[in-house]
Structure formats: structure tokens, C-alpha cells
Design a protein around this ligand. Structure first.
Ligand SMILES: [Fe+2]
Length: 397
């Protein structure tokens, strides 16, 4: 067993050196770790005697989970503060994440600027959006995991900005998964960034209402797609693909969508993809009036919307593309630790590397450990929605 392969907090010690309060995770047998089902702190001397009687000579002890009284752990403030403090030099993944953070910040600034200019009646220029779309594609091709982690980290007060960026990013990821030509993916991304631009003309009391909209308010909200038609007309050089992604993201295959009530073949593939990623991102975001859904729960909703509203084949393809435990999402492991799905490249979707930082059992942060599920006996118990977790995962992204 090696459930903390990259963590330095599990040590091997002889049973004769065990003391009360030490957290035993495994026995040593022929120089390899044997997991024990009742891992935990040594409660009394009797437990140590039992180990000796059973012929156990060496055990594996988790320093971090041992009590201070065990003498193993240096006294440090038990804290809910960030255990990442004093982090060593940046590794390649950190550098890529920093880069992804920069692109997202640029994209947010751009959208904010364009939204206020559109509100003032100024024309939108395509070029800055094309640049951002290029950077997004570059980032996804380089290391999609870095970008996924950063975009999973959302703030409650910037929904519209983050939603626009995420829709674009998901379209890039989905488009590449379907082997769509990069030039077309770029146009889809531009449409994704702009897809909710019509909301600049919707009353802010409706846009920011901290509760579900009434039917009347919802009708007013739907007008954002009517406003978008006019805004799109004034954007010089905007491709038909980008316009479609924007204007079709609320259309439904059975014709019950808006603003035009398009049916079946009237909605091209990129339009159908826009509908899927828009709903998925809205479901997995926390809003002040609703909890964020886990990806798995959101997939269920997407499937329930097929085949009448959404393209069934594309929905299944999207699920394959994102994966049941996408990078950046939170999961609970079988030892009750919670972590961020960190790396999934070249792996079975059920065996990613998980960056653990919290124990549900002990209700406190743990030392950060990268658990490689390919090598570990642990497994993912379930996806965890960020809002259901009583701890803040954001310092660990
Ligand atoms: Fe919308």
C-alpha cells in the first residue's frame, strides 16, 4: 500500500518505538506496507502489546495525524490556516497554473471592459477576443489540467464573467475532443466569451437577484438573447460560427427554445455544443441562491434534457470529454480525505492523482498529500460539491 506516495508524513518505525497517540496506517511485511482496515491513533499501551503479541515488528505511522502527545509531531498551531505557506520554488505545474491564471484575469478584464462599453453603446472589436481565444487554445493544448484547475476556482460575485470564460474554455476542450479544426474552435471560443453579452441590457435587479426568478422576471431575462441579436449585428468581422454559438445557446432541438425557436437541423453542431456547455457550467457554479452541483449530478441533468432539448450523442460525448471526476473537481477518497483531482493525463478516469488537503473524519485540514490512485488501494468514494464542503479548498488550487 502506498496511499501517500509523494507525502513525507508517513514514516516506518519499529513497534518498540511506538507510543500512545501515534497514528498507525499500515504494518510492515517483507519490507512492503500492508494496509490495515482500522488505521488510527494508538489509544493505549495495551494496543502496542497486542501488536507485539501478534508478531508485528514494524509499522507505518502518519506523523501528521499523530497526536502532539505522541512526541512525533512538532508543536505547531493546529490550524485551519493554509498549510501551503512557505511553499518551495514553483514546479512546472505551478508555472502553468500561473500562466492560466493570467489568461483568465486578462479575459475577465476584457469582458468587463467590453460589457461596460457595450452598455454605453460602443461597438465591440473582435480582435482582443480572438487573442484570448488563441491563448485559451494554446493553454489547453499545452496542459489542459492547469487551466481546468484554475477555472474550477470560482468566486460567487463574478458569475457572469467567469461563466463566459468557462463556456469558452469548455467549448475549446470539447471542440478539441471532437477533433474539430482549431480555426473553427477559435471561432466557437469567441462566441462562448460573448454568449451572454445581451445581459448588459437586462435590469441588474433581475441579473443579480439572490433568488430564483419569477416567471415574469424570467421572461425579461430571456430578452438578453433578443438584445444579443442587435449587438452581434454591430460587431465587425464576427464569424457566423461565433454568432451561432451566442444566439443559439438557449435554443432547443424540439423548437421550444429562444429567441427563434429553431428546430433540429436548424441548430448546427457548434450551436448544440454551446447549449450543452452553457447548462453544464451554470449547474456546476455556486450562485447565491443555489448550491453548485457536482459534475456527476450535472451530467444526470444533461442526460434528462435529451433528446428533446439537447443532442443526445453530443451530451454523451461531452461527458466522455469532461470525465466523471474532472481535473479541478473535488472528490472524497475512501479514507475520508477530500482532495482536488489534480492530474488525469494518460490514466483511467477513476485513477487520477488527487491532491488531498482535508479530512472529513477529523474535520480539519491535513498536510497536503498527492495520492496516486493508480498505485494506491484507496479509491474515489464520490464527487464533492464545493458548497457542501465546510472547508475552503481555494488555497490548494
Ligand atoms: Fe444565456
Amino acid at each position: 500500500m502506498s496511499d501517500s506516495t509523494e507525502s513525507a508524513n508517513v514514516i516506518k518505525i519499529p513497534v518498540s518505538k511506538l507510543s500512545v497517540g501515534m497514528f498507525v496506517t499500515a504494518f510492515d511485511q517483507n519490507n512492503s506496507q500492508m494496509a490495515i482496515s482500522n488505521a488510527g491513533q494508538i489509544k493505549n499501551r495495551q494496543a502496542i502489546t497486542t501488536l507485539v503479541k501478534n508478531g508485528i515488528k514494524t509499522v507505518w505511522v502518519d506523523v501528521e495525524r499523530s497526536s502532539e502527545a505522541s512526541g512525533l509531531k512538532k508543536k505547531e498551531p493546529r490550524t485551519t490556516s493554509n498549510p501551503l505557506r512557505g511553499k518551495p520554488a514553483l514546479n512546472p505545474r505551478d508555472i502553468k497554473q500561473k500562466h492560466a491564471k493570467k489568461i483568465l484575469a486578462e479575459a475577465k478584464c476584457l469582458i468587463q471592459k467590453v460589457m461596460s462599453e457595450t452598455f454605453e453603446g460602443k461597438a465591440i472589436e473582435v480582435e482582443p477576443f480572438a487573442e484570448i481565444a488563441d491563448k485559451m487554445i494554446e493553454s489547453v493544448v499545452g496542459d489542459a489540467d492547469a487551466f481546468k484547475c484554475i477555472s474550477a476556482l470560482r468566486t460567487k460575485d463574478a458569475y457572469l464573467l467567469e461563466h463566459s470564460i468557462n463556456v469558452a474554455f469548455l467549448l475549446v476542450t470539447f471542440g478539441r475532443h471532437l477533433n474539430i479544426d482549431n480555426a473553427l474552435v477559435k471561432q466557437m471560443a469567441i462566441g462562448g466569451i460573448l454568449h451572454d453579452i445581451g445581459k448588459v441590457n437586462v435590469d441588474t435587479t433581475i441579473l443579480q437577484k439572490p433568488a430564483k426568478l419569477t416567471p415574469e422576471e424570467f421572461e425579461k431575462m430571456k430578452l438578453h438573447q433578443v438584445y444579443a441579436i442587435d449587438i452581434m449585428k454591430d460587431i465587425e468581422g464576427l464569424s457566423q460560427t461565433s454568432i451561432d454559438v451566442c444566439l443559439m445557446h438557449h435554443e432547443k432541438l424540439d423548437g421550444t427554445g429562444y429567441p427563434k425557436g429553431l428546430i433540429d437541423e436548424q441548430i448546427p453542431q457548434h450551436g448544440r455544443m454551446g447549449c450543452i456547455v452553457d447548462i453544464y457550467d451554470a449547474l456546476t457554479a455556486t450562485r447565491c441562491y443555489k448550491e453548485a452541483m457536482s459534475p456527476a449530478a450535472a451530467f444526470k441533468v444533461l442526460i434528462s434534457l435529451t433528446p428533446h432539448h439537447l443532442d443526445q450523442k453530443l451530451v454523451y460525448e461531452f461527458i466522455r470529454c469532461v470525465g466523471i471526476y474532472p481535473v479541478g473537481s473535488l472528490v472524497q477518497l475512501s479514507d475520508d480525505r477530500v482532495g482536488i483531482v489534480w492530474d488525469s493525463k494518460g490514466r483511467n478516469p477513476l485513477n487520477p492523482i488527487v491532491k488531498c488537503f482535508y479530512s472529513l473524519k477529523h474535520k480539519r485540514y491535513t498536510k497536503v498529500a498527492f495520492v496516486d490512485l493508480k498505485k494506491s488501494e484507496l479509491n474515489i468514494e464520490r464527487g464533492v460539491s464545493p458548497s457542501s464542503l465546510e472547508a475552503d479548498p481555494s488555497p490548494f488550487y
